[in-house]
Design a protein around this ligand. Structure first.
Ligand code: NAD
Ligand code: TYD
Length: 324
């Protein structure tokens, strides 16, 4: 697998070592700012600290692998607005390097982890796997490009690929630049959350452990060449989410600062997941329980997130991204 030091990859590994104890796992991860060895504390697997764009390293790491699960990516929309270069390199060219290696090594299944953001903003209804792609941020465009590349390897080379498109994840080990961990950790410090614009944007919230279980379901039961949406169990506007978290944390309602809206900000995402349900997946987390547990996790793991927030690179990013 790739990207196992990140948020979703590390949760996937934690689940896999328990549910598939006989599988040997090789984790290829460059350890960017978002890759954190502490996410795998106490887990004994092999991590190769290399770039997915490095064909030689990918070739060596993939030797003998039956399955590839590809998480590694640049993932933060706001960073892609400031500088898209690394997004195109890792998310598109890195995926191509992995696909070529997968063909050479004749892997049995290659699962490409993608996002609902490739569909773009939908004012009503639910995005289906066959809908056309209308990515609006450089991040979403780079993921859409990688999805199309994966599709082309299926059509051209009969590569044994599967693609999943998930909605917004939440849960333990999420880097605190993303909305929910930023919100919870700011509130712990009695600092306001910077709400972009009117806060009426809608997101579809998926617990990371449900996401990890859904990926395993698709890996084992999905049909080669197909795409599977993985949505959450709850959609809401950002301003509602902020008030919910403030309430659960017993903080004042006014601990919010309205800041300039994100450029090209998608108003609404929502996924149709019937195809995933058809292959047997069921959610375990309802949002109320998942959110309360997530808040408790960040409150109990200050030693995990505090060093990330005080690091020079994080502070420089925040200064640049929130200057207005
Ligand atoms: P993350 O930013 O927390 O972690 C990304 C990981 O990839 C890090 O460990 C990083 O070191 C590694 N990485 C980055 N560039 C690399 C490179 N060139 N070579 C090797 N490793 C590299 O990301 P995440 O939130 O865990 O997301 C994982 C995947 O899931 C991504 O493909 C993302 O597009 C997708 N996804 C995320 C969400 C979400 O809500 N976070 C939702 C849907 C889909
Ligand atoms: P984010 O976690 O960045 O995920 P995505 O952009 O991939 O959906 O943001 C979730 C929502 O929260 C999104 O509508 C943007 C909004 N947001 C804010 O209002 N303020 C913030 O500081 C951040 C990081 C996000």
């Amino acid at each position: 697998m790739t990207g196992g030091l990140g948020f979703i990859g590390s949760n996937f590994i934690r689940q896999l070592v328990k549910s598939r104890p006989k599988w040997a796992i090789v984790n290829l991860d460059k350890q960017t700012y978002a890759g954190n060895p502490a996410n795998l504390d106490g887990i004994n697997i092999k991590t190769v600290k290399k770039d997915i764009c490095d064909a030689k390293a990918v070739d060596a790491a993939m030797k003998g692998c039956d399955y590839v699960v590809h998480f590694a990516a640049e993932t933060h929309v706001d960073r892609s607005i400031l500088d898209a270069g690394a997004f195109l390199k890792t998310n598109i060219l890195g995926t191509q390097v992995l696909l070529d290696a997968a063909l050479r090594h004749k892997v049995k299944r290659f699962l490409h982890v993608s996002t609902d953001e490739v569909y773009g903003s939908i004012p009503r209804g639910y995005s289906k796997e066959g809908d056309h792609l209308e990515p609006n941020s450089p991040y979403a465009a780079s993921k859409a490009a990688s999805d199309l590349l994966v599709r082309s390897y299926f059509v051209t080379h009969k590569a044994p690929v599967l693609t999943t498109r998930a909605s917004n994840n939440y849960g333990p080990f999420q880097y605190p630049e993303k909305a929910l961990p930023l919100m919870i950790t700011n509130f712990m410090e009695d600092k306001p959350f910077p709400q972009y614009g009117d806060g009426k944007q809608v997101r579809d919230w998926l617990h990371v452990r449900d996401h990890a279980r859904a990926i395993l379901t698709v890996l084992e039961k999905g049909t080669i060449g197909e795409i599977y949406n993985i949505g959450g169990s709850y959609t809401c506007q950002n301003r509602e989410l902020i008030q919910k978290v403030l309430g659960l944390m017993k903080k004042p309602k006014g601990l919010v600062t309205r800041v300039e809206d994100r450029k090209g900000h998608d108003r609404r995402y929502a996924l149709d997941c019937k195809k995933l349900l058809k292959i047997g997946f069921r959610h375990e987390y309802d949002f109320e329980r998942g959110l309360a547990q997530t808040i408790a996790w960040y409150m109990n793991h200050e030693s995990w997130w505090r060093p990330l927030k005080v690091a020079g690179g994080y502070r420089a990013y925040v200064k640049k991204a929130y200057k207005k």
